[in-house]
Design a binder for this molecule. Structure first.
Ligand code: NAD
Length: 510
């Protein structure tokens, strides 16, 4: 493990954050899987590069896990599960290790934030104050979940029934590139707390922080083999080998809806339990009675935070007619004030998209938006300018027909459509008019209207007069094509455990 020590970063804004020499050396070293508490290099010798999308430079190479490596990761995880060194520990012991993991993440917050920014292109401030902090919080939060240890006792007819949670066994965690360590730890923490062993398959586009984190797990006191990582792609690679394996007891997946369908097909022959957090197409709705100035400021964040690469983003903004023009003016001023630039510069508010390929996808939606509607900001010619990088300047378009693909499909980039509405029932219908049902944000001072609209939206998460305000106990997940199941608090604990009921005949009081 690197001895890098910048646990805190100077984000005062004067300089670009430097990549320390020893971290640069750690990055350059070729990486393999992490199995049984140590690096493992698969036989196949297939390699893939991870690229810094802000420069187009190769950061390092990763060994792609072949079938043999995935088998080994799963059998190692199973042995570690069966020997009881983790699964047989008390809840308090496991919670203590989770707390230690949180401390270690905070102790390595600087290097982890730099790695996340290099791998994703997101602004360093976002990595440092958002992703990495939240990764530590995920462990702290689950370590404090007393629900995990709860036993339920039912007494009747003189008998006593005791229900308690048991770990599932070996669980597969498959995660995306937009919030790499943040979303991986959101699954790792509850899975570990419940006593499971893990095989993690991070996105092939952002494998760095999972590798760095793996090296911290032994220091935290996790027995070897409890936490394993395999690297590679999805179809016909590490991802598919993992989720189709009969030795896996559950798959927790976050990613695209189409990938969720493929994983369901792979998991179904073994009837493997699945939890899916999939795509979204959120909306931000502003009624004329709202604090529309605050709504306009928040809409900028909801559209462009993390370059719009957030499942909870609001790439559709609906504004009631009487305030439309005033809202638009303030909103566009906010968008134009965003600073796109070097992700390692603490002043940068918009970094690079994840890849050149993703930029091309976003570009094609931008062209569609320009054809179907009226472009208000953004410079389409600029988008193609920086060859070999993922930079894409924010685009806002108005007057799009409701049926436009730009209004219905997930773009996952900085493209926002601004829409005017007249009636409450119309805007509800429009917000619901996508295959997705993850989240939306409603702005009004009228509480009954807020309740009414929230009830009628077919989504999993509604924010009233805010966006991205989270309580980690709250059920998190989507309706329709946005997912299956819920994460968060006891919902994650339920997913990563089985309830077992034991009946003690004649031992009840009642
Ligand atoms: P993706 O589906 O392309 O990839 C996610 C992961 O799945 C990667 O690790 C990938 O290698 C793996 N994978 C791909 N095909 C597979 C297969 N056939 N079998 C097994 N594994 C496979 O998603 P992405 O592009 O990395 O992430 C962006 C998507 O994630 C967006 O749709 C976004 O909305 C969604 N997302 C959802 C949430 C949520 O909480 N609902 C959060 C973040 C991102």
């Amino acid at each position: 493990m690197t001895s890098v020590k910048p646990q805190t970063l100077d984000l005062s804004g004067r300089d670009r954050v430097p990549v320390p020499d020893d971290l640069a050396r750690w990055i350059e070293a070729p990486k393999g899987a992490w199995i049984g508490g140590e690096p493992f290099f698969p036989k196949s010798e297939n390699k893939f590069a991870t690229i810094n999308p802000a420069t187009g430079e190769e950061l390092t190479t990763f060994a792609e896990a072949d079938k043999g490596a995935v088998d080994l990761a799963i059998s190692t995880a199973r042995r570690a599960f069966d020997d009881g060194s983790w699964s047989g520990q008390t809840f308090e012991h496991r919670a203590g290790v989770l707390k230690k993991l949180a401390e270690l993440i905070l102790a390595h917050r600087g290097p982890l934030a730099i790695l996340e920014t290099l791998d994703t292109g997101k602004p360093i401030r976002e990595s440092y104050e958002g992703d990495i902090l939240r990764s530590a919080t995920n462990f702290e939060f689950f370590a404090s979940q007393n629900e995990a240890a709860v036993e339920r006792v039912f007494e009747s007819q003189g008998n006593r029934h005791v229900a308690r949670r048991e770990p599932l066994g070996v669980v597969a965690l498959v995660t995306p590139w937009n919030l790499p360590l943040y979303l991986a730890t959101w699954k790792i923490a509850p899975a570990l707390l419940m006593g499971n062993s893990i095989v993690l398959k991070p996105s092939e586009l952002t494998p760095l922080t999972a590798s760095y984190f793996a090296e911290l797990t032994s220091e935290a006191g996790l027995p070897p083999g409890v936490f394993n990582v395999v690297h590679g792609f999805g179809e016909n690679s590490a991802g598919e080998f993992l989720v189709s394996h009969a030795g896996i007891n559950a798959v927790s997946f976050t990613g695209e809806t189409s990938t969720g369908k493929a994983i369901m097909r792979s998991a179904s022959p073994n009837l493997t339990r699945v939890s899916f957090e999939l795509g979204g197409k959120g909306a931000l709705v502003v009624f004329a009675d709202a604090d529309w100035e605050r709504a306009a400021d928040e809409a900028v964040r909801a559209g462009f935070r993390n370059q719009g690469e957030i499942c909870l983003a609001c790439p559709r903004v609906y504004v009631e007619a009487p305030i439309y023009e005033s809202f638009k003016k303030r909103y566009l001023a906010g968008v134009e004030a965003l600073r796109m630039g070097d992700p390692l510069d603490p002043q940068t508010s918009l970094g690079s998209l994840i890849s050149v390929e993703h930029r091309s996808k976003v570009q094609s939606y931008a062209e569609l938006a320009a054809r179907d509607g009226k472009v208000l900001t953004g410079n389409l010619t600029l988008h193609a300018a920086k060859d070999g990088t993922g930079f894409f300047s924010p685009l806002v378009v108005e007057d799009l027909p409701a049926s436009s693909r730009v209004n219905r499909e997930e773009i996952f980039g900085p493209v926002v459509s601004l829409n005017r509405f007249e009636k409450e029932e119309d805007v509800i219908a429009q917000v619901n008019d996508t295959p997705y049902g993850l989240s939306s944000s409603i702005w009004t001072k009228n509480h009954s209207r807020a309740e009414r609209v929230a009830t009628k939206l077919r989504i999993g998460l509604v924010w009233i007069n805010c966006w991205f305000v989270r309580d980690l106990r709250v059920p998190f997940g989507g309706q329709k094509k946005s997912g299956i199941g819920r994460e968060g608090g006891s919902h994650s604990l339920d997913f990563f455990s089985e309830w077992k009921s034991v009946c003690f005949f004649g031992e009840g009081q009642n």
